[in-house]
Structures are given as structure tokens and as C-alpha cells.
Design a binder for this molecule. Structure first.
Ligand code: NAD
Length: 348
């Protein structure tokens, strides 16, 4: 039987969940609560049940799962309230702004024996999955350096995302996804964090950032979000022991250049303004094989399928609170690094 979900915060993302739940094979939509009349009206027009308050929604015995999709600063309060009334809870990302706030949420889940997870849905992004599959297959060896970038050109949204009090800024908005992906790709400990932020279109919160991560085994990661980039660099760029992979943007396939032999017999030099160079001359097909990977299959409904299977005792959570905690630890170190303009040593 389908499990009933009720949504608190029926804005852009709550609306997205509503649409997915209506199409889901494992969950049904019990109703929604939003403080804004226009969003209540929107739900009403779609024939969706509207609760009059958070308390009314939480006291509905038909509701098995509560999804919290309000602005970030309200997550902890609503998640803990829902867990304390005995509901299972899914929270939108970023789960909170600090590790200590998340710890209060997980403590409430444990105390009430409820299942709590976070909607880190960009683990289902096809570009990320292509890189993940390449890492796991070992086809071009172990990663030495992974660069993950999102370059937009429209500045930071002018809603609550540009206000500090609501948990705005790009580290919390997009950074949380890209760091989460990176910590799935590299499982070694993060030992150093260095971050700079930009304030091009907004002074109150970061409208972009550049984050360097060093891992215990020598692996490196670079995560960048920009909102003032009128030409975009590739979404992913990965150097591995036996080759390089690149994904230019969301819609493109992963392009792989695999090293088949290190030594070349006759390197043809390339002409530059200052003379010829063999060091920077491109390789040919005798030592390098280039190809595209098929785009991986992905189904966003697997998030709710997994969550329901966990409630039935048949699976392990795909997005575990301890993984989300690591991401928050990295974000805290990134904020500290940008404030202190220093490299932060970590054990994350
Ligand atoms: P939004 O502003 O469009 O929607 C938030 C809604 O919450 C608004 O309709 C607002 O009226 C409502 N709200 C505010 N206070 C409330 C309260 N006390 N009780 C009930 N409703 C309340 O914002 P959004 O883009 O939908 O973002 C909401 C959350 O979803 C944020 O945490 C955001 O980071 C996250 N999000 C996640 C993704 C993703 O890909 N996972 C994408 C977008 C947003």
C-alpha cells in the first residue's frame, strides 16, 4: 500500500515534490500546508487537500511521512516538531546551516524511532552518475583530481536565497549538492579545505564560491559555483591515473580520453607563438583512445522508493544522516576558510 506524504512549504520545490508524488508508485499525497494564500489557492486548483496549520497536518493520523520544503532557516524547528509527533520526515536540502542543528534533528529521530533523511536529489543527476560510474568501474584508474562546476549568468535569486537570515547564498544552495556528490566520489577523509566566495551581485550572502578539498590519500577536488559567468567551463573535469574525462554541460555525454600507452615514438611538435613545443603537443590515437560513454539511466522516483523500502525494513537509506553531516562539516570549514582567508586543516 502507498504511504501518505504531507508537505509543509508548498512553494517551488514543494510543488515539484507534489507533482512527483502524484505520479509515484510508492507514495500518495495526503495534503499540503503553506502560509501563503497564493500557494494554497494553487493547491486548491489542483484538487490537493490543504491543511489549516502545521499542527493540523501533523495531527492527521493518515500522514505517514512529512516533507519539509520551507526556506532553510525553518527546517530544524519543523523537522523536530514532526518527528516528535511520530512522523517519519524528509527534509529538503540544505538540511540546516550548522552541524549542531543537524545533530538536534537526528537526536529527535533516534528518540522517536523515526526515519529521517534529506532530499539530496542531485545524486540522481545523469552527469554526476556518469562520473560516479567511471570512478567505480576503474576504467581510467583512480581519480587524482575532480573538478565540479556550475556556471550561471543570472546572479543569485532575489527571494529568501539572497538573505542570510533565511540561510541564503550559493554555498548552502548549490554547494550542498556539489559537495555531497564529491563526498560520494571520494570516500577518504577531507584533510584540508580552502574556500573563497564572491559578492558580485549580492553583499549579504555569497553569490558564488571556489572550494578546494584535499583528501587523505592525496586526491584533490575543486568545487565552483558562479552566478556571473557568461561563458561556462565544463560541468565536470576529472583527471585519473589512466586518463581524463569531461562533461561539458548537463545535456552532454561524458567524453573519455584513455591512455593506452605512456611512451610515444615520434612526438610531432606543436607550433606556438614563442616557438615549438613537444611537451604540450597533443597525443595521437597510438597512445590515446577517445570515446563517449552512454548516458546512465536515472529515475528520480528511486528516492521515495528507497525511503519507503527503509520504512518497511527492506533497505538501507540511500541518503544517510551521517553523510549529510560530513557535507555540513565541509560547508562549515568552507565558511571558516573564506572568513579567515586561510586553509583549514580538517579530519572530516
Ligand atoms: P520557495 O520560496 O519557492 O517555497 C518555500 C515555501 O515555504 C513558500 O511557499 C512559503 O510560503 C512557504 N513557507 C514559509 N514559511 C512557512 C511555514 N512556516 N509553514 C509553511 N510554509 C511556509 O522556496 P523553494 O525553492 O521551494 O525552496 C524550499 C526548500 O527546498 C529550500 O530548503 C530549498 O533549498 C529547497 N530546494 C531544493 C531543491 C532540490 O533540488 N533539492 C530545489 C529547490 C529548492
Amino acid at each position: 500500500m502507498k504511504k501518505n506524504v504531507a508537505i509543509i512549504g508548498f512553494g517551488g520545490q514543494g510543488g515539484w515534490h507534489g507533482e512527483q508524488i502524484l505520479k509515484s508508485d510508492v507514495v500518495a499525497l495526503a495534503g499540503v500546508y503553506d502560509i501563503r494564500e497564493c500557494r494554497q489557492e494553487y493547491a486548491r486548483n489542483k484538487g490537493i487537500h490543504i491543511y489549516g496549520s502545521t499542527e493540523e497536518l501533523l495531527s492527521d493520523p493518515q500522514v505517514d511521512i512529512v516533507l519539509v520544503a520551507t526556506p532553510n532557516d525553518l527546517h530544524k524547528q519543523l523537522v523536530v516538531q514532526a518527528l516528535n509527533t511520530g512522523k517519519h520526515v524528509i527534509c529538503e536540502k540544505p538540511v540546516e546551516m550548522t552541524v549542531s542543528a543537524l545533530d538536534e534533528m537526528t537526536a529527535a529521530a533516534e528518540k522517536n524511532h523515526r526515519v529521517f533523511t534529506v532530499h539530496q536529489n542531485r545524486r540522481w543527476d545523469v552527469d554526476y552518475l556518469a562520473i560516479q560510474q567511471l570512478v567505480l568501474s576503474g576504467e581510467i584508474g583512480k581519480p587524482l583530481n575532480i573538478e565540479s562546476r556550475i556556471h550561471g549568468s543570472r546572479g543569485i535569486p532575489s527571494d529568501w536565497r539572497c538573505q542570510k537570515a533565511h540561510g541564503g547564498g550559493m554555498i548552502l544552495d548549490w554547494g550542498v549538492h556539489l559537495i555531497d556528490q564529491m563526498l560520494q566520489l571520494y570516500t577518504e577523509k577531507v584533510v584540508r579545505v580552502y574556500c573563497t566566495v564572491t559578492h558580485i551581485t549580492n553583499q549579504e550572502v555569497d553569490d558564488g564560491f571556489k572550494l578546494h578539498l584535499n583528501f587523505a590519500d592525496g586526491g584533490e577536488a575543486y568545487v565552483e559555483v558562479g552566478t556571473y559567468n557568461f561563458l561556462a567551463l565544463p560541468r565536470f573535469y576529472m583527471q585519473c591515473e589512466q586518463g581524463t574525462a569531461s562533461i561539458t554541460d548537463w545535456k552532454q555525454k561524458c567524453h573519455v580520453a584513455k591512455l593506452t600507452a605512456w611512451n610515444e615514438k615520434d612526438v610531432l611538435p606543436v607550433q606556438t607563438a614563442a616557438g615549438i613545443t613537444k611537451t604540450m603537443a597533443p597525443r595521437d590515437e597510438l597512445t590515446l583512445q577517445e570515446y563517449d560513454l552512454d548516458r546512465p539511466l536515472s529515475d528520480v522516483h528511486d528516492f521515495y522508493r528507497n525511503y519507503c523500502a527503509v520504512l518497511d525494513g527492506k533497505a538501507e537509506l540511500l541518503v544517510k544522516p551521517e553523510e549529510v553531516r560530513r557535507v555540513l562539516q565541509v560547508m562549515e570549514a568552507a565558511f571558516a576558510s573564506s572568513e579567515q582567508q586561510a586553509v583549514i586543516s580538517t579530519d572530516i
